[in-house]
Design a protein around this ligand. Structure first.
Ligand code: SF4
Length: 206
């Protein structure tokens, strides 16, 4: 999907989320397209759509500002998800200029993107929620079709640049692909990289 800079390919907006994807009350803004092909992806069908709504930073702001009081009262804000939110990294800065500094902006990401997009996102996003899948390159590739070394090097960059307090890493137990031991091995490797915030959970097969 070829998306014009500063237009966000919107899949859906979900309001009033609490404790799911970032601090406080958040609005999830999900974008289309993803470079990975995860076996148990919950968005698989919707990500195949070729036509999605493209919205500008101003249009998105107009739609989500209705919950401004909730954001201000709880330290929440907007969480960009997907698909892969960092494919829209060029959107974050103009959106930040409109919403100001009092909203907390989060990005859910696999970090399976070019380094330049991570660098761009780091300038406007307060917190990154990284789904690492699995730190073992073979498990990672068999589950996602992607390259684990790209994710790991981007994560290393992010930890150094943004600091570990701005990064939480989700480490899933993936049915048929890894085990509890593999999940723990991933945590151990992530600790070596400087990760301090973890979210361990189990994927739901669909
Ligand atoms: S990274 Fe997320 S959106 Fe992309 S294929 Fe995997 S589960 Fe689906």
């Amino acid at each position: 999907m070829n998306v014009q800079k500063n237009l966000f390919p919107l899949l859906r907006i979900a309001r009033h989320r609490l404790g799911i994807d970032g601090q406080g009350v958040t609005t999830l803004v999900a974008g289309a397209s993803c470079p990975l092909h995860c076996k148990w992806c919950l968005n698989k069908e919707i990500l195949k759509k070729n036509e999605v709504e493209l919205i500008s930073p101003e249009e998105l702001y107009d739609r989500v500002k209705i919950d401004d009081l909730y954001y201000q009262a709880t330290g929440g804000g907007v969480t960009f998800g997907g698909g892969e939110s960092l494919l829209q990294a060029a959107f974050f800065e103009p959106f930040r200029e409109i919403c100001g500094d009092s909203w907390r902006l989060c990005a859910e990401t696999s970090l399976a993107v070019p380094r330049s997009l991570v660098e761009l996102a780091e300038q406007s996003i307060d917190e990154f929620i990284v789904d690492c899948k699995d730190m073992n390159p073979e498990i990672y590739h068999s589950y996602t079709g992607g390259d684990q070394s790209l994710m790991e090097s981007n994560l290393q960059f992010l930890i150094e640049k943004a600091g570990p307090e701005r990064v939480v890493v989700r480490v899933p137990l993936i049915p048929e692909y890894n085990t509890k031991d593999a999940q723990q091995s991933s945590v151990n490797r992530l600790k070596e990289l400087g990760v301090t915030r973890f979210d361990l959970f189990e994927y739901v097969k669909r």
